[in-house]
Design a protein around this ligand. Sequence first.
Ligand SMILES: CC(C)(COP(=O)(O)OP(=O)(O)OC[C@H]1O[C@@H](n2cnc3c(N)ncnc32)[C@H](O)[C@@H]1OP(=O)(O)O)[C@@H](O)C(=O)NCCC(=O)NCCS
Length: 165
Amino acid sequence: MTPPVQSGTEFTIDDADLSSAPLMAALTETTSGESWDSESVANILALPRSFGLIAHGAGQPLGFLLAQCAAGESEIINLVVAPAARRQGIGGALLAGAMARARGMAAQIMFLEVADDNAAARALYDRQGFAQVGRRPDYYRRDPVNYVDALILRCELITQGKISA
Ligand SMILES: CC(C)(COP(=O)(O)OP(=O)(O)OC[C@H]1O[C@@H](n2cnc3c(N)ncnc32)[C@H](O)[C@@H]1OP(=O)(O)O)[C@@H](O)C(=O)NCCC(=O)NCCS
């Protein structure tokens, strides 16, 4: 488990390479969502149009994001911040970094899926300009009898402006 991270701890965000896969997999075990093994993370990182970002602070990995881009569109595959490091801007910084990277890879739109009951993630995405464009009923299984919908969110990455005379 990640030890408590002091409020105001500085963090850096770097490109994740295959050697980061075990750290990223370990971070998925800190959340109540699905845990990923190192091989699954490495398989995504190895795809030609995918990328990962990893946040470090206080000498430890604090969060990561995995995304992919194709044909002008990008998709967030996973985003996790260690519970002890949340509400310090790391999730927002990873998402902003991914949006910038996707723009650099010629993506014009970013999509993601989020559980309807994930208030923290929904607030983060709302703040970064994502809007709901779809819903997949009963997409996530919470326990043997309870399911929750997935919301499909979308954000334009290219802001079109007009230069006035
Ligand atoms: C969602 C998650 C990535 C947010 O990471 P984070 O580092 O805590 O996010 P930030 O500190 O950058 O928060 C940015 C903004 O998002 C919103 N937000 C984040 N967590 C929130 C919460 N628990 N409740 C309400 N709003 C929240 C706030 O507007 C926040 O700004 P503020 O702190 O100035 O109020 C993190 O909670 C997490 O890893 N959750 C488990 C995994 C997960 O659900 N991933 C998303 C899958 S779609």
